[in-house]
Design a protein around this ligand. Sequence first.
Ligand code: AP5
Ligand code: ZN
Length: 213
Amino acid sequence: MNVILFGPPGVGKGTQGEKLAGETGIKHLAMGDILRTAVREATDAGIAARAYMDAGKLVPDELVVAMIEDSIIEDLSQNFLLDGFPRNVAQAEALNQMLSRHGLSIGRTVFMDAPEDSLLERLSGRLICKACGFGFHRQYSPPSKSGICDRCGGELYQRDDDREDVIAHRLEVYKEQTAPLLDYYRHKAGFRMIDASGEMETVYAALKEAVEG
Ligand code: AP5
Ligand code: ZN
C-alpha cells in the first residue's frame, strides 16, 4: 500500500516515516531529503531550490512535482511512503494526475499533528548526520557521543532552516499553504489523523495502527 504522511514542520514525519519504511520495506520518499541531496549535488533543480529552502519558503510546484515523479517511477513495483509531498492543494492535484497516469493509488493519507510549542522545541533541538541523514534531538534522542552519529560515526549538524527566524517562517507557510490540505483529504477514503504530541514510541504505535488498521 502507498502512504502519504503530512503535517507541520517538526511533527515527526521524517522520524516516523523512516522507521515505518524500515520495518515494512516500503520506500521512504522524503521531499526535503530529495531536495537537500539535489542542493548538495548542485543539480539544476538543487540550484533552483536552494534559496527557497534557506528562506523557509516552498520550492515551486513544477520543480518538486517533477522530482517526486522521478523518484516514484524509479521502481513502479515498490510501494512508497510520501513525506513532505504534497504540501499544497495544487501539488495534491498534480499527484492525483501522476498516479493515475502510472496506474497507482494511495491507500492511507495520515495527518500528524502536535501543538506549536512542541514543534518549535523539536525543530530547534534537531541534529542530523551529514553522512547518513539520520536524525537526532539534543534532548529527546541525543547521540551517545556529542556531535557524532551513533549509526555511522558521521558528523552531526543543524539544518540551515532550523534557525529560529526560519522556523517561524516555515510555520507561517505551513498554516497558509499546507494546512488547507487537511480539508482536501479529510473526507477522502483512507484518511487518518493521529496525535503526534507524545513520545516517539507512542506516536509510532499510533501511526502503525493508522496505516495497518
Ligand atoms: P522538509 O525537510 O520536508 O521539512 P519539514 O516539512 O519542515 O519537516 P521537517 O523535516 O522539518 O520535520 P519532520 O516532520 O520530518 O520532523 P522530524 O521527524 O525531523 O522540507 C524542508 C524544505 O524543503 C521546506 O521548507 C521547503 O523549502 C522545501 N520543500 C520540501 N517539500 C516541499 C514541497 N512538497 N513543495 C515545496 N517545497 C518543499 O522531527 C523533528 C525533530 O523532533 C527531530 O530532532 C526528532 O528527533 C524530534 N522528534 C520527532 N518526534 C518526536 C517525538 N515524538 N518526541 C520528541 N521529539 C521528537
Ligand atoms: Zn550517520
